[in-house]
Design a protein around this ligand. Sequence first.
Ligand code: HEC
Length: 172
Amino acid sequence: MNMETNKIFAALLVAGIIAMLGGFISSLAMHPHELEEAAYEIEAAEDGAGGGHEASPAETGPESITDLMASADIERGKKLSRACMTCHTMDQGGESRQGPPLWGVAGRSVASIGGFAYSDAMKSFGGKWDVENLNHFLWNPKKTVSGTKMNYRGVKKPEDRAALVAFLKSLK
Ligand code: HEC
């Protein structure tokens, strides 16, 4: 081999190395992007599955509102109670509608309004409407009193349930 062919050979070799390095660098640059995409897909899948965060309280029951009661917003509870008023009266001496009157319901025995046709499920639930029972019932009526005829899907946010319960307690 003479000097000329050596130089050409060396040049080709260098070009090859540069090409290889180029491929390597660009594959390094590609990878973080692919990882980002994969991470995004996992997050999207978790969100889409109805929310891993929502699923667990639905299985175990509602969050306690005991600690929230001290700072519960009665005015907000009053606003939220409009959702109940299609079926319940809230004022003193109020009549039954589709549901029994809610004046004085806090602390009242469950299913105790004479003349109201409670479901068998409600009649056999027993106990009183204390904070704990109201929290459970308002969270998910059909899960708490399985077979209730209260056709309402429930109040998901603990702050909202605390506000509603505080408002119900003020009806006396
Ligand atoms: C679609 C109508 C409807 C809506 C809306 C509704 N309820 Fe009721 N509610 C009923 C019926 C009907 C009953 C009786 C259930 C039974 O006998 O199983 C009931 C029962 C109750 C009871 C038990 C009362 C008792 O005397 O033992 C409470 C407490 C109550 N509802 C609170 C609420 C609150 C608070 C809201 C609003 C967040 C609400 N309800 C929304 C229809 C409704």
